[in-house]
Write a protein that binds this ligand. Structure first.
Ligand code: IVH
Length: 673
């Protein structure tokens, strides 16, 4: 065969193989047998071995993985990858729909796309001129890990896009979706793992996430991953609805979910939800709810987002899955505030695809109310991502051997006195220096959603605390290489990696830092609200109770807790020592501030004419409180004009420039949000 002939044959083979792969993965309608497909692949491999110069990077034979990496490179998403708010009941879902209609001032039904919520791990695929350029994990939403080599091994990830039937391939695409493992593939994978003497995976999601984050892409290539795409990170010309996007994705060669349904109004969504719920266990993949999205991109933009979740979408979750199992023992866990939480140690059982061996019993009152005893058979449930909990006892199964749990008088970790403060449900260890509290505080600080200090696992934290190398979180940043390398299970390399992880954590987003501090009642969401409202740590630190309570979403209890935390000298010292060590959290990006909750954020607003319901000064104050800036003259930079009675020439000018104009009533309803 001449090189010319080989070139032509290779091109034909690639085209044929890609077509068959498309029919198989996307259309779910294969035209040839697996054996015939494998033969085509072998023919192609043969030719590429004989003519190595003709082997291209986009060849389907290249899905076998490549060299081993030291670490993943960071990848900044072209636009943030958001997460979703959850609805756990019909009421919560209807509330979502009501909010949307109110915001949009809609009296009629909203058109939604309702899509199965796949239980996998999010992936972004970036294409330049139709060729896969980068694949990245979600990471913290802003920056993920570049897992291109791994993603290229996934058969349903197109290396090159197909030309759509109409239109052309957009120049630059950032397509998002979910990497999953089919239930059937998961069972096979686990059998294989066990045969090879490896640990079985707890559930398909963990297996998918672990497989996607292998430094050796050959391992990934051996895992049965599938990718199903459902979103875009960049505007796509000519695509104005989610429905159109899904159709385009399918045309371009991506695998999309065939069960996505267009629904008009909340009732239709509800029907779709129940249909899917009924089929849930018959589906070939795990689904944990329905993602409901406003179909129109224009309306999505109008709705915007709040603390990293879009207002235009929600995850309407399926009910928690319940199982029964036996309580082997009840033990006590000491949290970072010293609260003692009783935990039921269970005979391991799978609940909703996850193996569960412990469940929280919350506190003494709960144990008594549910009358849970050691040796009992109990119902446990996993609600979404929260810790599994004991729901109730199966009394018919209680034997004489079942015995009650006695709450300890002393902390099981440090022996400190345990008290139950008046009016509180929790027992607390009163020893401020209890190592269990310190360990929990450090684990909280280092966790993925906080400072994300990779490699600082529970065992290491325990060692650092036991050896008194770390007495507060600031001490972490003063640990040196020899000290770390001298710890159990640590070597030169892992110590180096850890030091690097500490370094990387120094510039985490400010909201994560605020969350990491472990202020009571300040979860991830509240931390974001604080940072958005005040912009810097100094300002949060010095904010008064009133300033804090003025922030939407922050009540008196949270505000008092923030005040208490920063009123404590010891806490300020710890923060100062972190600053000295170079911890410099990143303040929010301007675009994050813009998307804040306030309806006029970042907008220049001009008032013209006379308002009837309030004096001008009050309107100006209101605009400011809504995040807007009051300006007097109309220009291209004007974002909104509020026109009262007898508006005059400004109104004319605004109209000429195409600036949005609203009347007093609209202004009032906007401010009521
Ligand atoms: S849309 C801003 N659609 O659920 C909208 N997400 O809890 C972002 N997920 O991070 C996501 N199926 O990993 C969307 N059909 C679907 C989905 C889906 C699963 C995951 C996704 C996301 C998470 C949010």
């Amino acid at each position: 065969m001449t090189p010319q002939e080989a070139t032509a044959r290779i091109a034909t083979l690639i085209e044929e193989i890609n077509e068959h792969a498309y029919r198989y993965h996307v259309l779910d309608d294969p035209a040839i047998s697996d054996a015939a497909y494998d033969q085509l692949m072998r023919d192609l491999e043969d030719l590429e071995t004989r003519f190595p110069d003709l082997a291209s990077d986009d060849s389907p034979t290249r899905r076998v993985g490549g060299p081993i990496l030291d670490s993943f490179k960071e990848y900044r998403h072209p636009t943030p990858m958001l997460s979703l708010q959850n609805a756990f009941s019909e009421e919560e879902f209807f509330e979502f729909d009501r909010r949307i209609r109110q915001k949009l001032d809609f009296s009629s039904a909203v058109v939604y796309m309702a899509e199965p919520k796949l239980d996998g791990v999010a992936l972004e695929l970036v294409y330049a001129a139709g060729t896969l350029e980068t694949a990245a994990t979600r990471g913290d939403g802003t920056t993920g890990e570049n897992v291109s080599a791994n993603a290229r091994t996934i058969r349903s990830v197109p290396l090159k896009l197909r030309s759509p039937a109409t239109g052309s391939i957009p120049e630059r695409l950032a397509i998002r979706g979910e990497v999953i493992i089919l239930k059937e593939d998961f069972e096979k994978l686990n059998r294989r793992q066990e045969e090879a003497g490896e640990k079985a995976f707890a559930n398909p999601r963990n297996a998918a996430a672990g497989s996607l984050r292998q430094l050796d892409s050959r391992i990934t290539a051996g895992r049965p991953l599938s990718a199903c795409m459902y979103a875009t990170g960049l505007d796509v010309p000519g695509i104005e609805t989610q429905e159109k996007l899904l159709a385009l994705l399918k045309n371009l060669g991506f695998s999309t979910n065939p069960l996505a349904r267009k629904c008009t109004g909340a009732d239709e969504v509800l029907a779709a939800y129940h249909d899917l719920l009924d089929r849930r266990f018959d589906l070939p993949y795990e689904v944990d709810g329905l993602v409901v999205k406003v179909d129109s991109y224009d309306l999505q933009k109008q709705l915007g987002e709040i603390s990293r979740s879009p207002r235009w979408a929600i995850a309407y979750k399926f009910p928690a899955v319940q199982e029964t199992t036996e309580v082997m023992d009840i033990t006590i866990q000491v949290g970072r505030t010293g609260a003692l939480t009783p935990v039921a140690r269970l005979s391991p059982v799978r609940v909703g695809g996850v193996e569960v061996s412990r469940a929280t019993l919350h506190n003494q009152d709960e144990i008594e109310r549910k009358d849970v005893r050691m040796g009992d058979t109990v119902f446990i449930q996993r609600a979404g991502d929260v810790i599994p909990e004991v729901v109730s006892v199966v009394l018919e199964k209680r034997t004489d051997a079942a015995h009650r749990f006695v709450f300890p008088k002393n902390c099981p970790v440090c022996g400190g006195l345990v008290v139950r403060p008046e009016g509180e449900a929790a027992h607390r260890c009163t020893n401020m220096n209890c190592p269990a509290q310190l360990q929990a505080r450090i684990r909280h600080f280092a966790q993925r959603t906080a400072m994300d200090i990779e490699g600082l696992g529970d065992k290491l934290v325990a060692q650092l605390v036991e050896r008194e190398l770390v007495k507060d979180v600031a001490d972490l940043y003063h640990l040196d290489h020899p000290t770390l390398a001298g710890l159990e299970r640590m070597a030169d390399k892992s110590a180096g990696n850890l030091i690097e992880a500490f370094e990387r954590s120094k510039t985490r987003e400010l909201s994560r830092f605020v969350y990491a501090l472990g202020i009571r009642h300040v979860g991830e969401h509240i931390a974001v609200l604080l940072v958005r409202a005040f912009g810097s740590l100094e300002k949060i630190q010095t904010a008064s109770q009133d300033d804090l309570e003025a922030v939407a979403g922050i009540g008196p209890e949270v505000a008092a807790s923030v005040r208490d935390f920063f009123g404590e000298k010891k806490n300020l010292e710890v923060i100062a020592r972190m600053h000295q060590a170079g911890v410099k959290p990143r303040p929010p990006e301007p675009e994050e501030i813009e998307t804040s909750e306030k309806p006029l954020s970042g907008k220049n607003v001009v008032l013209t004419g006379k308002l009837t319901s309030m004096p001008r000064s009050k309107a100006q104050a209101l605009i400011k409180r809504m995040g807007g800036k009051v300006t007097s003259s109309i220009s291209k930079k004007t974002g909104l004009v509020i026109a009262g009675d007898n508006p005059g020439s400004k109104l004319e000018k605004a109209k000429k420039l195409g600036v949005r104009v609203i009347d007093e009533n609209e202004f009032l309803s906007l401010s009521a949000d």
